[in-house]
Design a protein around this ligand. Structure first.
Ligand SMILES: [Zn+2]
Length: 494
């Protein structure tokens, strides 16, 4: 039995986003718990599709004793403030010191955190934890599929298992895998690591593992692991980060250096051979509206319009209105749009009450350039307190706290809003307000890919729309300054 310290500090930083990420954003809950410590942490994460939850269950089942430190995450946004990074790091290290001697450390990290003062914030955190526990205590950190993995991270942690799905339906499973990796590592320390960088950025919407090319490439990871290779992963990376380590990587670790190198080379070559298939597939707002006009009747499942560039799961604010205004202009029956972040409109709807008609200025609160609110007379259809449980494969078990919510109608278009921003990736977010997504004819979702886990099976068709927002879909359109020379900003097309 080993004593394993367990902590979590997750952030996916969009360095191009205007709004920085402060301490308050890590403290407040959303679909996931706020900042939680000690035994409270175990209770807060239990049963949720989160790596730390999967790790704790599996490590306990393997007979180890878990020592909870703290866990927190904030919505993807701009750089993490110095105050937030330093406060949470210090808290984590203080709790690690208080925990006394541990045989191992497990961390639930994202891998694409950028702080005000550290481009490689995950690497810096790992460096501090390593300094605290010394060179011989194994450190395993699970990472998001969108991790931008630096050489410092690979050099500091003993293993960095990553999610293997996007939508991330395997977050808890990755935590469980991390526990099994750590279990094997305690018996036999790893001696070899590999780290390969791919020479092009993968657009987020092309990273979906439900479609090609990753649908057939991802199974290679588990296939290449074995007797001598403990862990092998592809992290396609988070392209909205102007840091040196932005981009896809293959990482591995194990006991036979030659075998680990060979496996990493093979995986890298397999991905590179299919570069052209990662090319973007986007439609304009006009093309989306044209498709909406000919969308089949409700019984055939909705046409899903993924409003990817304003996805709050990648640094958007779920409040740009260009696509919404076009939908309101088209006024097609059965159109549903969500989930907009607009606490003020929600408050007005609550003040007016269900059934009332109210003048609203919907969206555009974050001030994204060129975006203005949708000014409209809206009928209040349904109000909610924003507290419900996630039911889809991605947000499974998440105890949502989105603050007051409202569903209103502007003409034929229904608009769902929350007081806190959250990616529209779970049908429970709609059902909470009495809206049944399967019954919609056209569904605008503020999401890039995660919606596919819960909405994909009911969709008649999915179009990814290039409407305004801070989550720029085409990395070639971003003003990078720190990318290494030679790293292509978009895959070479066919
Ligand atoms: Zn991710």
């Amino acid at each position: 039995m080993a004593r394993i310290a367990v902590g979590g500090f997750q952030h996916e930083t969009n360095t191009f986003a205007m709004r920085e990420t402060g301490l308050a954003q890590f403290i407040e809950p959303d679909a996931w718990p706020g900042l939680v410590r000690g035994l409270e942490m175990l209770e807060a994460i239990a049963g949720i599709n989160l790596p730390a939850a999967g790790f704790v269950s599996e490590a306990s089942a393997l007979g180890h004793r878990v020592v909870p430190l703290l866990w927190c995450a904030a919505q993807p946004a701009g750089r993490v403030t110095r105050e937030a990074f330093e406060t949470i790091s210090a808290l984590l290290l203080a709790r690690l010191a208080d925990a006394g001697p541990c045989d191992a450390v497990y961390l639930d990290l994202h891998g694409a955190m950028v702080a005000e003062h550290f481009d490689d914030a995950d690497g810096e955190l790992l460096r501090r934890v390593r300094a605290a526990v010394g060179p011989s205590v194994p450190i395993v950190a699970s990472l998001d599929f969108h991790a931008n993995i630096s050489p410092a991270m690979v050099a500091t942690a003993d293993a960095l298992p990553c999610y293997r799905s996007y939508p991330h339906v395997d977050m808890a499973e990755t935590g469980a895998r991390a526990a099994r990796i750590l279990h094997r590592m305690l018996a036999r320390p790893v001696v070899a690591r590999a780290h390969r960088t791919l020479p092009f950025l993968m657009p987020l919407t092309s990273q979906c593992t439900l479609i090609e090319p990753l649908a057939s490439l991802m199974p290679l990871a588990a296939k290449l692991e074995g007797e001598q290779i403990l862990s092998l992963c592809l992290a396609p990376g988070f392209p909205l980060a102007d840091v040196e380590d932005c981009g896809p990587t293959v990482i591995g670790c194990g006991w036979d250096a030659a075998a680990v190198d060979r496996a990493a080379d093979e995986f890298q070559a397999a991905v590179l051979a299919r570069e052209s298939e990662f090319a973007l597939d986007l439609v304009s707002i006009d093309e989306a509206i044209a498709a909406a006009r000919v969308a089949p009747s409700k019984s055939r499942g909705p046409l899903v319009l993924a409003d990817t560039q304003d996805n709050p799961g990648a640094g958007g604010n779920a409040d740009t209105t260009s696509l919404l205004k076009a939908l309101v202009g088209a006024n097609l029956p059965g159109t549903v749009a969500g989930i907009f972040w607009d606490a003020e409109s929600v408050a007005r709807a609550h003040a007016a009450g269900e059934g009332a008609t109210v003048e609203l200025a919907i969206g555009a609160g974050s001030g994204f350039p060129g975006e203005t609110p949708l000014f409209a007379r809206a009928r209040v259809l349904k109000l909610g307190d924003g507290r419900f449980v996630g039911t889809g494969p991605f947000y499974r078990g998440g105890r949502f706290e989105l603050g007051p919510m409202a569903r209103v109608a502007v003409g034929a278009v229904e608009i769902l809003m929350a007081s806190r921003k959250q990616q529209a990736a779970d049908q429970a977010m709609f059902r909470h307000l009495g809206s049944e997504p399967a019954a919609a004819r056209v569904l605008q979702l503020k999401s890039s890919v995660h919606f596919r886990a819960d909405f994909g099976p009911l969709a008649n068709r999915v179009l990814v729309v290039e409407a305004p927002g801070p989550n720029v879909a085409d990395p070639a359109k971003l003003p990078f300054t720190k990318l290494p020379i030679g790293r292509r900003r978009r895959p070479i097309g066919r």
